[in-house]
Design a binder for this molecule. Structure first.
Ligand code: URA
Length: 222
């Protein structure tokens, strides 16, 4: 029920390398994250169904072509604030998407679990109406432990089951994937994680290693 796709297009891998580079500054980082969102969006459209259409060109000649069947049935849910630049890129591709935002906070007071995950508290949710025909893209560049995505999935899927959920991140970990899977299965929803890389681990501070650091701080300053 949960698929995982590592997008290995050379352009995506080049941008990811830029993002990982500690020497790039805030604006450069933010712009690279926008580029990554746009490039990943292009690749994600491979999983959007096409339908044949006929158009008439300015020469008065009819010709056959294609369009995306469900381009008007996309909802983008951005995890604040790190997901904002990536959404800016994705929205160039999914140009008719309705948008929602979610804000989450790590509950540090309860401490870290042995698998290095923390509980996450969702502090702000504004979602558009989501229908059974919609494809929901959840945008969070760093899928470290999967805690935030788990909570967002529960909120969205307990209201209504959309056609499918696409989770878009720059980097994911095996831990995040395995913690997201049971939620997807419990709600019996079609879901795919798209990422530019699967990095091996999360450190004691909750950062992905090798990762790219704190995506929110690097894009917007500490
Ligand atoms: N969030 C980040 O911004 N970076 C990480 O490495 C993990 C979570």
């Amino acid at each position: 029920m949960l698929k995982v796709k590592v997008l290995d297009h050379p352009y995506i891998q080049v941008v990811l390398t830029t993002l990982r580079d500690r020497s790039i500054k805030q604006i450069e980082f933010r712009k690279a994250m926008v580029r990554l969102g746009r490039a990943m969006g292009f690749e994600i459209t491979r999983d959007f169904e096409l339908e044949e259409v006929e158009v008439e060109t300015p020469l008065g000649v009819k010709t056959r072509g294609v369009r995306f069947k469900d381009m008007d049935r996309v909802v983008i849910v951005t995890v604040l604030r790190a997901g904002m630049p990536m959404t800016e890129g994705l929205i160039k591709i999914f140009y008719n998407a309705r948008q929602g935002v979610v804000s989450a906070r790590r509950v540090e007071e309860k401490g870290m679990y042995p698998d290095k995950s923390f509980d996450v508290e969702i502090t702000y949710v504004r979602l558009p109406t989501i229908t059974r025909d919609d494809t929901v893209l959840i945008v969070d560049p760093m899928l470290a432990t999967g805690s935030t995505i788990r909570e967002i999935l529960k909120i969205i899927l307990s209201r209504r089951k959309p056609r499918r959920v696409l989770i878009v991140g720059a980097i994911a970990t095996p831990l995040a994937i395995e913690r997201i899977r049971p939620i997807v299965e419990a709600y019996n929803v079609e879901a795919t994680i798209y990422t530019a890389s699967i990095d091996p681990e999360v450190n004691e501070k909750g950062y992905i290693v090798p990762g790219l650091g704190d995506a929110g701080d690097r894009a917007f300053g500490e």
